[in-house]
Every structure is written in structure tokens, then in C-alpha cells.
Design a protein around this ligand. Structure first.
Ligand SMILES: [Zn+2]
Length: 267
């Protein structure tokens, strides 16, 4: 497991991305952002987005990002939008951190932390200060993902041998957009896993069908990787329920923009 370096949450319009946008092998990490304005509400409400919360995030980022040092010069017109392709190629880790920083720059500090106690089912909602959540950066010389040893793995149909050594790449903006339109959460998760497991021993192609054969222990272990081994803004906090149980409540970044009525997909 990689030792994380913690970076300050930060303030102001200069942002250093935890991972960096990779274009032709170079990672660009320094970004200038603008705070939200009425145009962003207008952009997010565009019917063409079809209520897709991930696409909503993409248009907010396309408008609010003003510069990516070394890649995109400072915009002449701050209202213009960046090519969305850059945002689809950006990791979810960087996108989430940018959204949090834009929200913060726009004068919002409090966020809602929510969850449900797994023992007594009491619903937990708490206001928390965004800047209290730690942010972890990813080393520039590390690939955009983590090596992963599956407990049981998947059988290679050609050899009948279970394959257990794999690689899980970071989810990207394009994965999030695709997943957000899938109604069934289990199916959305399978699509995400199929996209992000880019290597599994001798198995040539990982698709939703192969992912369906993953045993529950492996699936849970992968979700733990997403939660604990990926860098970026830590989006959970341990809370203590009245019944005595400690559990993790989560930040909902999709509720920052476009209200709470939009369709949300969690993985
Ligand atoms: Zn409880």
C-alpha cells in the first residue's frame, strides 16, 4: 500500500490537483478556478444533460476551470467552457476535489455528511466543515491506479485457472457519466468495475459479464480499495451512533450543484 502524502485542503483560486490530468504521458496539476455564478445554474439546468448529475459536474468544471498550467492558457472570457474531453479524461478524484474547491471558493464551507447506522438503521445527518476533510496526493511516478490481489479472482475460460493478480485504475469522468445513466445500482457498479479492472492475469477481456462472476468477498475488497487506497478528498468520516455503533458517514458531492433532486448514483 502506498504511503499517502496529505496536502492542505487549500483556499483561493489556485488549486493543485491530487492526481493530475494526464495528457500524452504528462501530468498537469496546477489549475486556476473561478467561483460559481448564475451561468453555472443555467448550464446545469440544461435539458440536454437529461438530469445526469455527472454531466452536470462536467459543465460546472468546464466553465469554472480558467486555466490548466502548461496545457490550457488562461481563458480570455471567463464564461467560456473548456472542451469537455479534458474533463472526461480527468480522474474522479481530481474532479471531486475541484468541485469541493469551487464550492468552497463560492463561500460555502458547510457540507452535509449523511449515512445510516448499520446496527439500528438510525439516519445520520450532520453539518461538517469541508476544510476539515483531509486531502491526499498521488505520486507523479505512480500509474493511475493500484495493483490488487483478488482473494478468489475470476476463472480464465481458456485455461480454467483462477486469476487473482490485477490492476484497478482510477475511475474517470467518462466512467462517471456512463454510470450515472444506469438505473440499476448493481449494474452501474458492475460497469464501473468492468471499466476499472484493466488487468487480471491471463484474462484478455474484462467486461460486465466477467465482473458478475466476481465473488462477494472480492467485490467488497474492491470497494474498500476505492474508499481507502485511492487519494484525493476523503469523503467519509467515522461517526458515533447513539446505539454505540461507530460507522462511516459520507459526503455527497453531487448535492453541491443542481440541488438534491437529481438522480444520484453511488458506487
Ligand atoms: Zn445505531
Amino acid at each position: 500500500m502506498i504511503e499517502f502524502e496529505q496536502i492542505p485542503f487549500g483556499s483561493g483560486e489556485q488549486v493543485t490537483l491530487p492526481v493530475g490530468l494526464e495528457v500524452e504521458g504528462v501530468r498537469y496539476k496546477e489549475v486556476v478556478i473561478d467561483e460559481l455564478c448564475g451561468i453555472d445554474d443555467f448550464n446545469v439546468a440544461d435539458k440536454k444533460l437529461g438530469g445526469n448529475s455527472a454531466k452536470g459536474s462536467t459543465v460546472v468544471l468546464a466553465r469554472c476551470i480558467q486555466e490548466i498550467s502548461g496545457l490550457i492558457p488562461r481563458k480570455k472570457n471567463s464564461e467560456s467552457k473548456l472542451e469537455v474531453d479534458y474533463l472526461r479524461r480527468m480522474t474522479l478524484i481530481d474532479r471531486d476535489y475541484l468541485l469541493a474547491r469551487i464550492y468552497h471558493l463560492s463561500g460555502r464551507e458547510q457540507v452535509c455528511l449523511a449515512g445510516e447506522c448499520p446496527r439500528c438503521n438510525r439516519v445520520w445527518e450532520e453539518e461538517a466543515a469541508l476544510s476539515d476533510f483531509p486531502v491526499y496526493s498521488w505520486p507523479d511516478d505512480k500509474a493511475l491506479g493500484v495493483d490488487f490481489e483478488f482473494k478468489l479472482g475470476i476463472k480464465d475460460p481458456k485455461t480454467d485457472i483462477f486469476q487473482t493478480k490485477g490492476f484497478i485504475r482510477f475511475p474517470m469522468g467518462r466512467d462517471q457519466e456512463l454510470m450515472a445513466v444506469i438505473e440499476n445500482p448493481a449494474q452501474a457498479l458492475d460497469s464501473m468495475l468492468a471499466a476499472c479492472i484493466t488487468n487480471l492475469g491471463t484474462i484478455e477481456k474484462i467486461d460486465s459479464e466477467s465482473v458478475k462472476r466476481l465473488k462477494q468477498r472480492d467485490r467488497l475488497a474492491i470497494l474498500e480499495v476505492f474508499q481507502y487506497e485511492f487519494p484525493g478528498l476523503r469523503q467519509w468520516k467515522e461517526v458515533h451512533c447513539q446505539c454505540g455503533k461507530d460507522f462511516e458517514a459520507r459526503l455527497d458531492l453531487t448535492s453541491f450543484f443542481g440541488g438534491r433532486n437529481q438522480k444520484k448514483t453511488k458506487y
